[in-house]
Design a protein around this ligand. Sequence first.
Ligand code: DGL
Length: 279
Amino acid sequence: MQKKGAIGIFDSGYGGLTILKEIVKVLPEYNYIYLGDNARTPYGSRSFETVYRYTWQAVQWFFEQGCHLVILACNTASAKALRTIQQNDLPLLQDAQHKRVLGVIRPTAEVIGNFTQSNRIGILGTSGTIQSNSYILEIEKFFPDINVYQQACPMWVPLIENNEHHNKGADYFVKEYIDQLMEHSDNIDTILLACTHYPLLIEKIRKHTPADIKIMAQGEIVAHSLKDYLQRHTAINTLCEKQGTIQFYTTDNTDLFNKQAILFWNNIVHSQQINLSTF
Ligand code: DGL
């Protein structure tokens, strides 16, 4: 008989909190464990091998905490590590049939095409996510007629992580990347924020984007997709604990995490520190 566990939510830092916030609105009864790998963030500029290694360490830690289901609430980790973990690592586990790891790219790609009328979508993400072409490949599977244009925004995560995103200097980089994206096509009508950090920049992104363009964040999409997944996968669903608890973990200093997390979570959090290097 398998012991029940919390749902694990993973991000390279704080960004996944924007996803967890929406998941908790839709599925408040479940237990959650959030882990931010703040000591090694950002992932966006790191190699495939490094992002994979860091992410697999985190997933193994979640399994050790008793989680059966882990969500990579980070586009970069979803783009660079998810497939290898699903195809190579999970099948080797003794209790593989009770373990699942999901990402945020596929659920977003499944629905994003429903929001465009011009059939032209812009994707803003980290360098890692954009270079992987994951969104182009996934959206093509569900919406073959849609043209996808991409723009990497390497300065946005550092601005947010350093709490500089409300300051004037941020305007320069927000405008710069939006302008570069819009140069690809003058008919883009929907922009996806394909990085879990970017919702914090929403005011500035709106300010520098033509008013008739829809700007989509992923939180709600991922939350509804998870609800649907749990309804369809009853074996995994019954292994998820449901007391409505949330625990926060970080690989870096907890005081710093608690202070910065408020920006993403809008509430006080009490985190605990862990070390992933033993995995
Ligand atoms: N929040 C992560 C994402 O969604 C990226 C942050 C980072 O570069 O570590 O891609």
